[in-house]
Design a protein around this ligand. Structure first.
Ligand SMILES: Cc1cc2nc3c(=O)[nH]c(=O)nc-3n(C[C@H](O)[C@H](O)[C@H](O)COP(=O)(O)O)c2cc1C
Length: 185
């Protein structure tokens, strides 16, 4: 992941030295990490044989009408390549009980097309063809409608074209705060 060396501006007026810049950079990271977020697996496909699942927390709804979801994806990620190629993605809402699986989706996964598994976890396909983990509590299937390049990420805006619950609606879903992990900041 390409990150800039040293602190990143802009800085508020109270920051007046290089040491202040370093301190402010660390403070801002802690504030950004404090922002509550969910923790999901994003499924992607090029529309052919390539598929992936990726641990993602930069996800939010963008609008009532149309029903758009935004996802922030690293430009170097395989998922980025697949979303560019296929123009679709899925968002899997993960059962809190399954929190261990997010560690298994932080690098390109092993796909078995015949067995329909990602890293050994069963997946299914719905309207877009992007893989959806069968053990998800629920999923959103999205078609890309717009995009914004921001630093080393692309923010893809996708319209929800399909969704469903795969487990009881009352099942608690995973949030970043259920783990000791961070991203960004
Ligand atoms: C807790 C956590 C949250 C993450 N959130 C995101 C995210 O929102 N966007 C992103 O691009 N990468 C995120 N990542 C990093 C990707 O999971 C990781 O870079 C992965 O290697 C890229 O996957 P790919 O190359 O298989 O597509 C996160 C990683 C962790 C551990």
């Amino acid at each position: 992941m390409a990150t800039k060396d040293g602190p990143v501006g802009p800085y508020p007026a109270r920051v007046n030295s290089t040491d202040d810049e370093v301190d402010y950079d660390k403070l801002r990271r802690r504030v950004l990490w404090k922002m509550p977020s969910g923790l999901y697996i994003v499924g992607s496909t090029d529309g052919g044989d390539r598929r992936n699942g990726m641990t993602t927390n930069w996800i939010t709804q963008l609008s009532f009408d149309p029903k758009w979801i935004g996802v922030g994806i690293e430009r170097d990620a395989f998922t980025h390549e697949l979303i560019e190629a296929g123009q679709v993605f899925s968002v899997c809402l993960i059962d809190q009980e399954d929190r261990a699986i997010v560690r298994k989706f932080t690098k390109p996964v092993e796909v078995d097309l015949a067995a329909k598994t990602l890293n050994g976890f069963a997946y299914e396909e719905h309207s877009t063809g992007a893989p959806v983990l069968t053990q998800s509590v629920a999923f959103l299937d999205c078609e890309v409608r717009d995009r914004m390049e921001i630093g080393n990420h692309t923010f893809f805006a996708g319209e929800v074209v399909d969704c469903d619950f795969l487990k009881d609606e009352a099942t608690p879903v995973l949030s970043m705060s259920d783990t000791r992990m961070n991203y960004g900041g």
